[in-house]
Design a protein around this ligand. Structure first.
Ligand SMILES: C[S@@+](CC[C@H](N)C(=O)[O-])C[C@H]1O[C@@H](n2cnc3c(N)ncnc32)[C@H](O)[C@@H]1O
Length: 255
């Protein structure tokens, strides 16, 4: 187990800690969840706090930090919509970052990981699982309030469109989005870097988009995009929910 005295708080986020290692620092997040771990990650004590290893090989958000991304992490008290939560590995870290006053609405459409997501949500009280297809935001519009950010990691060819549509429904004015883009799932035969550039260009209509960041060697052919609503579109807010709310049956509450 790592020696607790070596953990250092970061300037970047009150829940993010680093620990110097031989070559690179490792990152750790103060957790508000309870054991057991979501994916076998290491837990430790850092100056009286309980922290979890934020492993870049297991989480693309951790990989972006390890690759030098310096954008804004989900902040304390914010509400985030997480699309493609799987069994809750990264979603539980986002829940740690937004803390007990924040919320993570975690959408997953496959039953098998969803069962494990429910079990993680029993240990992270601010993680709210939703069994739904992210292509159909109308189905969860009544369960998700306007959010400060959207995290998307769903490896689908239409992931850019899915993000856009969910932003129309849920993203607040001046909201932001973090995207783990699997370039190879968009179109075979096109180099991943080119896909990432095209996706960034397509999203630049509605967002200010940072340069795509390669997540290699942690995640091959994956890029990370950091998006902020551009000033020109900042008055758009979650417009779709205003026009569709109450116009269709949302179905039973999915938890
Ligand atoms: C790469 S995994 C996500 C890993 C997860 N974000 C993490 O870091 O812990 C992609 C997930 O997206 C889900 N997914 C794919 N298409 C989806 C859709 N249309 N709606 C909701 N979830 C979807 C898959 O079932 C899968 O669990």
């Amino acid at each position: 187990m790592p020696r607790p005295s070596l953990f250092r708080p970061t300037q970047r986020h009150p829940s993010l800690w680093s620990r110097p290692e031989e070559r690179y620092p490792t990152y750790w997040v103060e957790t508000l969840g309870s054991l057991p771990p979501t994916h076998g990650e290491r837990w430790s004590a850092a100056r009286g706090r309980t922290v979890r290893h934020f492993d870049p090989y297991r989480s693309k958000l951790a990989a972006a930090i390890a690759r030098g991304w310096e954008g804004d992490l989900p902040a304390v008290g914010e509400h985030w919509l997480y699309l493609g939560a799987a069994s809750g590995t990264t979603a539980s870290f986002v829940a740690d970052l937004v803390g007990p006053t924040g919320r993570v609405y975690a959408v997953e459409r496959s039953l098998r990981p969803f069962g494990r997501l429910i079990s993680a949500a029993e240990r992270w009280p601010n993680l709210l699982p939703i069994l739904a297809d992210a292509r159909r935001p109308r189905e969860y519009v009544d369960w998700v309030p306007p959010v400060a950010g959207i995290y998307l990691d769903i490896s689908q060819p239409d992931q850019v469109e899915i993000l856009r549509e969910n932003a129309r429904f849920f993203l607040q004015d001046r909201g932001r989005a973090l995207v783990a883009l699997k370039a190879s799932s968009i179109e075979r035969g096109v180099p991943p870097a080119q896909h990432a550039r095209r996706a960034a260009e397509a999203l630049a209509v509605e967002f200010r988009v940072g340069a795509p960041l390669s997540l290699a060697p942690f995640h091959r052919a994956h890029y990370f995009l950091d998006l902020n609503r551009s000033p020109a579109s900042s008055d758009s807010g979650p417009s779709a929910r205003r026009s569709t709310r109450g116009s269709g049956s949302p179905g039973p509450r999915p938890r």
